[in-house]
Design a protein around this ligand. Sequence first.
Ligand code: NAP
Ligand code: ZN
Length: 350
Amino acid sequence: MAISVIGYAAASATSELAPYRFERRDPRGDDVVIEILYCGVCHSDLHIARNDWGGALYPVVPGHEIVGRVTALGKDVTRFKIGDAVGVGCLVDSCRDCEDCEHGQEQYCENKVFTYNSIDPKDGSLTQGGYSKTIVVSDRFVLKVPKGIDLKGAAPLLCAGITTYSPLRHWLADENDKVAIIGLGGLGHMGLKLAKAFGAEVTLFTRSPGKEEDAKRLGADHVVLSTDEKQMAAVKGKFDLIIDTVPYDHDLNPYIPALSVNGTLVLVGYLGPLGTPLNTAPLVLQRKAVGGSLIGGLPETQEMLDFCAEHGITADVEVIAMADINKAYERLLKSDVKYRFVIDMATLKA
Ligand code: NAP
Ligand code: ZN
């Protein structure tokens, strides 16, 4: 008998999210059944609900920053017990067999299964995310939420946290490196906190005047208004790593001069063709690179959660009721959030 679950779904690219009842599978031997307590609201949820990237499968229950408690376990699960605080991020399965899976970078597996908007190859079902009361996930894709960490503030670590942690781990050589983050939103504010905790000198690039005080509180040593040519010129050649979290098409060329020789600009936000072509000359002439990065694998996500617990890092959140999700999306589009909405799932009545 499948588990009947209430959630919030978008029925099409133009409809608001509304209550939606659906079924989760009965737990298999390796499954963990989780009562969802909190779910963060990522800009990707909005991109998929509104089909910004194409390929949305409706109805879609978004949500991949999930924190909850274990309520039941398949017979083969030994890593968890009932009552444990656990997390689920953007992935709920992968092939488990390819080189990427073997190296714990399941996010690059060709056959990964996203938490929502994916077809689960094991049973052909459409996966549905964390804007719901319960989720059933194979234990390999369930994270341990370290003891003592605030659960509301931990939820955004499962996507915003790991998406900024992973490029820092991959590209930062040492604590003398200089890091910049573009965009102070959900990902950006985690980027500032994490880069600071790595010991780097941290700069925020923002298009919004007035974010300086917050940015400094969150870990930025410097703030550069990206629309001010003088401020941009003053950071020429400075950064070993720039992490770009902007969700929409934008001109990358103004940021390239700010990279040092050998520096890398890593895109984690916008997916798609650039409206303004990238000038390759400064890349070639100074061995600079432009790259990309997707979330992180399961071992790295656990490492990030443990790192955050050790350094006292959680997201700055505004807790909302499930019924306020449509208003939250409108505010997210205006960058009117400090700095992550988190849904309190107790507000969704079964
Ligand atoms: P968010 O909270 O909306 O923050 C985005 C920030 O980017 C804004 O606060 C704003 O900062 C800046 N910005 C927004 N629109 C802009 C525009 N049109 N031009 C220039 N700057 C703009 O979004 P988020 O949740 O952090 O997500 C950011 C992006 O990352 C989304 O596209 C999301 O889908 C993607 N994402 C990727 C991964 C991955 O694995 N690679 C994982 C999660 C999310 P300022 O006002 O400071 O400029
Ligand atoms: Zn996300």
